[in-house]
Design a protein around this ligand. Sequence first.
Ligand code: 3PG
Length: 212
Amino acid sequence: MNDNAKDLASVLAGTRLIPVLTVPHADAGTALAAALVAGGARCAEVAFRTSEAEQVLKAMAAHGGLAVGAGTVLTPEQAERAVAAGARFVVSPGFDEAVVTKCRELGVPVVPGIATATELMRALRAGVDTVKLFPAEALGGLRILRALAAPFPQARFLPTGGIGADLLADYLAEPTVVAVGGSWMATSAHLERGDYEAIRRLTAEAVERSTP
Ligand code: 3PG
C-alpha cells in the first residue's frame, strides 16, 4: 500500500460504502448529512456537477459524523476549491495527472477513474494504486474488474457507475475492491423532492448489506 492508499484507508476508516451525491439545492447539506448519518453511512462524496457543490460539501463536513469527499473533480482548481470546502478525499471520473499532482500537494488522497489497462498503468506510474473503476457496470462489471485486477495485483478498486443495492455484496466480495460508490441511496430525484426518509432507509439497507 502506498502513501495515497494509506491516507485513503485512514479517511474511509473501514467503511466500504460511498454514497455519491449530486445535490441541486445549496441548503440541502445539513439535512442530507443527517439522513446519511442516521442511515449509518460514515462517508459521502459530493459530486462537483452543480454550482451548489462547494456549499453542500461545507455544510456536510460541518455536520460531523461523515468523512466527506469531492467527486467529479476534473481540474486542479476544482481540487483546490474542494479541499478548501472541507473535502477529505478527491475522486475523479478519469485519470488526469495534474489533478493527482495537485491533490498530492494539498495532502489529500485522490482516487482517479480508469476504464482501461492503459489508464490503470498511468495511474500506477503516478503513484496511485487505488482507482475508481468507472463506469463499472457499463464497462462489464465484475468481469472487467477481475480481468483488470489479474495483471495488476497491486491495484485496488472503487467501482462506481450503475451499481445498486442488488450488486453491492457481489462487488464487495471481490478481494481487490476497497469500497463501492453509487448514487442509488440518494438520487437526484430524492434530493429534488427532499425525501430524506427514503435516503435514510436506502442508506441503512446498503450499510447492512455492506457490513460483514
Ligand atoms: C459517479 O459520478 O461516481 C457516478 O455518477 C455514480 O454512478 P451512479 O449514479 O451510476 O451510481
